[in-house]
Design a protein around this ligand. Structure first.
Ligand SMILES: [Zn+2]
Length: 377
């Protein structure tokens, strides 16, 4: 056999083995018990080791990976086009195989380090799911949280344009998160809490893609876009850290972030938690079926919160050059992972309107967390 043929078959076997591994992992993941076991042993071990290795590097390995991948793809396109122009089938087929190996290897490594966690048991965060008897109480409960949100806003500072000033440096926020995450004492989570990393190189690009953070499975890194608004910064940091502790599903990472922020004694964390989740309480207030209640709730925030919320809205409207592309890609990514797509980011509001009355069928995740904080904590 010629050297060319030998190498061709060797590459073909390599690609076949990687694809086979991917398919086996994909099938194994369908079994919740395997997903749970993998998360608690293999993924967990990897997260602990990664934290020791990559956690201390002062830069984001995720950003480095993106640069290397981009360089590889550009190089690959140049070489392949050159071969195609020369009609060299032998040369180009080798590059196609090479490309297949690299891309399938990335997918397989991702599956082994993070994707296997998709079918775990529901995340271990307290939820009060039993509906309360008198819907009129929703108004009182929502008001109590709104009062606390308002109180937080009086303890924080804001810029002239209305935006909140993040009171902490990244290092300070890391230390706070490390303490806050100790509240998760269940063995469902990987114990180590990684330090969030800033996206120094691609922050601007990610802002146009409307992405506030990315958790990277192969290095267990929580990358946070430092160009996100201060109001969502703490919540996003908690969300990305949650991903590095064995929580891959978006709705679960959001619920962990809500729990971390809303039960904190730190006004900045609570402020950020409320900003990202309190809207879910508005739906419960609707269920008193008194229009004035809902009006009072939506108009009951301090001037600072109203201005900061308006600032956030305008900020993201201004930075939406590539938002639709990113939404499409993220939706595709989540669906490839066996998820429901980007809808999994939203709270699962389950409030129906029959004839003229609003009625709660079941609490959404955020609502059940709020009810637990109010009734059981
Ligand atoms: Zn996420």
């Amino acid at each position: 056999m010629s050297r060319y043929k030998k190498r061709f078959y060797a590459n073909l076997i390599t690609l076949g083995s990687i694809l086979l591994t991917y398919i086996i992992l994909l099938l194994l993941r369908l079994i919740p018990a395997v997903s749970e076991w993998w998360s608690r042993t293999i993924s967990r071990g990897e997260q602990i080791i990664n934290n020791r290795i990559f956690g201390y590097l002062p830069f984001s390995c995720f950003e480095l990976f993106i640069i290397l991948l981009a360089l590889y793809i550009i190089g690959w396109i140049v070489v392949t086009v050159r071969h195609l122009i020369r009609f060299s089938f032998r040369g180009s087929s080798r590059y196609w195989l090479n490309f297949g190996i690299v891309i399938s290897l990335i997918f397989t490594v991702y599956m082994g380090t993070a994707g296997m966690e998709y079918n775990r048991k529901p995340v271990d965060i307290p939820q009060h799911t039993e509906l309360i008897e008198d819907p009129q109480d929703y108004k009182i409960i929502a008001k109590a949280f709104q009062d606390d949100f308002n109180e937080c806003s009086t303890k924080l500072s804001f810029r002239e344009d209305g935006s909140l000033i993040n009171p902490y440096t990244n290092k300070e926020l890391d230390q706070i998160m490390e303490v806050e995450f100790k509240k998760l004492d269940s063995d469902y989570y990987t114990k180590v809490t990684t330090h969030a990393k800033k996206m120094n190189i691609f922050g601007w690009l990610y802002r146009e893609l409307q992405i506030t953070g990315v958790a990277f499975g192969p290095t267990s890194e929580a990358n946070v876009n430092q160009l996100a608004t201060s109001a969502e910064y703490a919540f996003t940091t908690a969300h990305e850290i949650a991903h590095t502790k064995g929580i891959i599903r978006e709705e679960d990472a959001n619920l962990v972030a809500a729990y971390i922020c809303l039960t904190s004694s730190d006004p900045y964390l609570r402020y950020s938690g409320y900003m990202c989740t309190i809207g879910s309480l508005g739906y419960l207030v609707k269920c008193t079926n008194v229009e004035q209640d809902y009006y009072d709730f939506t108009h009951g925030y301090t001037k600072e919160i109203a201005q900061d919320s308006k600032y956030m809205h305008e900020y993201w409207n201004k930075h939406d050059m590539l938002g639709k592309i990113s939404d499409w890609m993220n939706d595709l990514y989540l669906k490839l992972q066996g998820d429901k797509g980007t809808v999994s980011y939203t709270d699962n509001i389950d409030i129906i309107k029959d004839d003229t009355e609003y009625k709660v069928s079941s609490y959404s995740r955020y609502q059940a967390l709020y009810m637990w904080i109010y009734l059981d904590k």
